[in-house]
Write a protein that binds this ligand. Structure first.
Ligand code: GDP
Ligand code: MG
Length: 153
């Protein structure tokens, strides 16, 4: 079982797509183990996107991510990191495959609706950046055994 961090970016909220996009993750069978809304500070966004500092799109990205509230969530499931990245599609909404979230809802490189961790290390760091341990809820759903088999083989 893996955990990954997602951020529904300000364009998702401004476009009233929160419910529809969260539904995509629920439909897939992923479990929401933490969920919060906030208007991120510049400092928090800069820490989160530290790896992109200095790139041509960095300033615009920070501007965008502080231009409205976001929804933060931790999703859990087998190979959740890869599964969620695949659900998002390519970074640029114009190039993302139809059927993916960015492919279905996005037409822009910056405003691409959702952030998701890209590997086990970043998932751990990002979850710790946005959530305290006691905000992450461990539970089982009655449907879990009909979603994925525990050994995954
Ligand atoms: P992601 O992992 O698919 O979200 O993409 P990256 O980690 O490479 O970039 C972080 C975020 O910066 C993206 O989700 C976009 O919002 C934005 N971004 C990335 N590349 C570009 C670009 O070339 N131009 C612009 N304007 N924004 C970009
Ligand atoms: Mg990234």
């Amino acid at each position: 079982m893996e955990r990954t961090l997602i951020i529904l970016k300000p364009d998702t909220l401004h476009r009233n797509l929160v419910g529809r996009i969260l539904t995509r993750f629920e439909d897939k069978g992923l479990r929401i183990t933490a969920l919060r809304m906030q208007w991120s500070s510049r400092e928090q966004v800069e820490r989160h996107y530290e790896v992109h500092r200095g790139k041509p799109f960095y300033d615009g990205l920070v501007e965008f991510m502080t231009a409205g509230p976001v929804i933060l969530a931790v999703l859990e499931g087998p190979q959740a990191i890869t599964v969620v990245r695949n659900l998002l599609g390519a970074t640029d909404g114009r190039k993302a495959a139809p059927g993916t979230i960015r492919g279905d809802f996005g037409l822009d490189q910056r405003m691409n609706l959702v952030h998701a961790s890209d590997g086990p290390e970043t998932a751990k760091t990002e979850i710790e950046l946005f959530f305290r341990p006691d905000e992450i809820v461990t539970y089982e759903r009655a449907t879990d055994r009909w979603v994925a088999r525990p050994d995954g083989k």
